[in-house]
Design a protein around this ligand. Structure first.
Ligand code: KG4
Ligand code: ZN
Length: 352
């Protein structure tokens, strides 16, 4: 079976072909719109939507070419149906529906977060249920993945996502965009202890996240240094910011592991996914945490952590095999919680 996957929910225009036979990833083409958004210091939704429109056709063509297949070889077309920047989601969904209609193929609408969640099963034999820490630019959640389409949310952010905390922190430190990789690079030559920052939520009950206080503390620390930072200050503050975010994520994950094992004593795996999972300090901390709890730890390779088409194609394949396809009247969704029964959290910028 071969599935084409299309991802256009943020600032990556991506398409991939995956197979149910190894090697699963036949192609995985990602066009990053970074250069188009960099002048604005962040993603501009309207710019993203227009760029997807321009780049999607050639990206799909290349994905098919690199896989050595044509539209007629496909068994289904999957596209991110949400959540995300709605202009981009509409571009991807419309394209996928058009291909499905023209070629008589099933269409599968994928929840972007499910794409991240199931990417672990693309690279390792991870069984349900597993515990997922999903950390990206738009989302910061702990979920028990009970099966395809079945999620139990243990925690979410009441304000910023972890990726946003890196991105906004990098902006305050004058390190540019995207912030995560820039912070990680600068942190390598810094010492967190020279610029201590609070570790949000550490020791608190539950598994929710909050990063806006950390951002404020960082702003105050920058102002205290006169607003202009030496390279050494930049490095120390970057190291400290990274340490605080990682400590907070690890503390919340430890809480979630306890809840996961209480509910599923047979549970075996901790999975991390999303762009922030590219961070090696976080990977190290989670590796330790999982080992201490007797869990396997699975982190997809970096190319599958940040947004890509392979994870969408793979989720499409898993859904197709389970008989879960969508009608062509599927409406793109700006919001689409994985666990519709989760208790809403209260907070300034609470995300579903
Ligand atoms: O999953 P993703 O590619 O897009 C979303 O769905 O949001 O995640 C992008 C986020 C950005 O906030 C970026 O700063 C962060 O992932 N990121 C990192 C690293 N690489 C990317 N954060 C920390 N350390 C990294 N090495
Ligand atoms: Zn993502």
């Amino acid at each position: 079976m071969l599935v084409l996957g299309i991802e256009t929910s943020c600032d990556e225009t991506a398409a991939a072909v995956v197979s149910d036979q190894a090697p699963h990833i036949r192609s995985n083409v990602v066009f990053s719109q970074l250069a188009e958004h960099r002048p604005y210091g962040g993603i501009v939704p309207e710019v993203a939507a227009r760029a997807h429109l321009t780049h999607l056709d050639p990206v799909i063509e290349r994905a098919l070419e690199e896989a050595g297949v044509g539209f007629d070889d496909l068994d289904a077309v999957a596209a991110t149906g949400g959540p995300g920047l709605i202009g981009g989601v509409i571009v991807g969904v419309t394209e996928a529906k058009a291909i499905a209609l023209a070629r008589g193929l099933p269409f599968v609408a994928i929840n972007h977060l499910e794409g991240h969640a199931l990417s672990a099963r693309l690279v390792a034999p991870v069984e349900f249920p597993f515990l997922l820490l999903l950390v990206s630019g738009g989302h910061c959640q702990l979920q028990i993945v009970e099966g395809i389409g079945h999620y139990r949310r243990l925690g979410t952010t009441i304000d910023d996502a972890a990726g946003e905390a890196f991105d906004k922190g990098a902006k305050l430190l004058g390190l540019g965009y995207p912030g995560g990789p820039a912070i990680e690079r600068a942190a390598a030559s810094g010492q967190a202890a020279r610029a201590p920052l609070p570790k949000p939520m550490v020791g608190r009950e539950g598994c929710d996240f909050s990063f806006s206080g950390l951002k404020t503390a960082l702003r105050v620390a920058v102002e205290k240094r006169g607003g202009i930072l030496s390279a050494a200050d930049q490095a120390d503050l970057a190291a400290s910011l990274q340490e605080s975010i990682v400590a907070s994520l690890a503390d919340r994950a430890a809480q979630a592991i306890a809840l996961f094992l209480e509910r599923y004593p047979e549970g075996k795996t901790l999975v991390v996914a999303g762009g922030v999972a590219a961070n090696s300090a976080l990977r190290r901390r989670l590796t330790d945490l999982a080992a201490r709890a007797g869990l396997d730890f699975v982190a997809p390779p970096l190319s599958l952590c940040t947004d890509n088409g392979a994870m969408i194609a793979w989720a499409g394949l898993e859904r197709l095999k389970a008989g879960l396809v969508d009608a062509l009247d599927f409406a793109p969704r700006p919001r689409w919680p994985l666990d519709p029964n989760a208790v809403p959290v209260r907070g300034a910028g609470a995300k579903a």
